[in-house]
Design a binder for this molecule. Structure first.
Ligand code: QAP
Ligand code: CO
Length: 192
């Protein structure tokens, strides 16, 4: 169990193409487990290995879980989930895209920003599971959007790349500024 730090825009590792996974070993199992812990902790619905600084074609997605609200517990740390459905995609390839729709997306690497991105409505994806077995999946709804978003990450693309250059650079400077503020806060242990 480990929650890993998430790289944020414009970190260089988010711009690199991740490499195909060849070894379906214990190290991969640990990586996937840590990625799921990190995603649920955030909380987010998807996370690609680039976001935790590893250039491996691995993504985790859970578009089905809900955070159980707990009025008694004001501590943000352990959270409860109902209906967890972790999905793991190793070496995912989108083989078919159908339709087009705008979808308001966010990203754990671009915290606090949500913008409309044009995505396919349905996708076919071929991928391997954690054991290396190949599967194909026809995805619709939020899962189809998440798959396109995560495969973009593995190819070094972010949702902000689908926006105008002006919007992108504005978001970049704001994310950088927020990150610097976060650093100052942790350095001096000041609660704002
Ligand atoms: C990718 O995104 C995605 O800005 C996953 O402050 C996007 O989990 C899948 C998040 C759209 C499907 C549709 C973003 C959390 C989480 C933030 C995420 C934030 C806190 C984003
Ligand atoms: Co993302």
């Amino acid at each position: 169990m480990a929650i890993l730090p998430i790289n944020t825009f414009p970190d260089a590792v988010l711009r690199q193409r991740a490499e195909e996974v060849a070894d379906f070993d214990a190290a991969l199992e640990r990586l996937v487990s840590d990625m799921l812990d990190t995603m649920y902790d955030a909380p987010g619905v998807g996370l690609a290995a680039n976001q935790i600084g590893l250039l491996m074609r691995v993504a985790v997605i859970d578009v089905d879980y809900e955070i159980e609200s707990d009025e008694e517990n004001t501590d943000p740390a352990p959270r409860k989930y109902k209906g967890k459905n972790p999905r793991v995609f190793v070496n995912p390839v989108i083989t078919k895209r159908t339709g087009a729709t705008p979808f308001k997306e966010g990203c754990l690497s671009v915290p606090g920003f949500y913008e409309d991105v044009k995505r396919a409505v349905e996708v076919d994806v071929t991928y391997q599971d954690i054991k290396g077995t190949t599967h194909t999946l026809h995805a619709t709804g939020l899962l189809a959007i998440a798959l396109q978003h995560e495969v973009d990450h593995l190819d070094g693309r972010l949702f902000v790349d689908h926006l105008s250059p002006i919007k992108r650079s504005l978001i970049q400077s704001k994310v950088k500024k927020e990150r610097a503020r976060g650093f100052e806060r942790s350095k001096f242990h000041v609660e704002l």
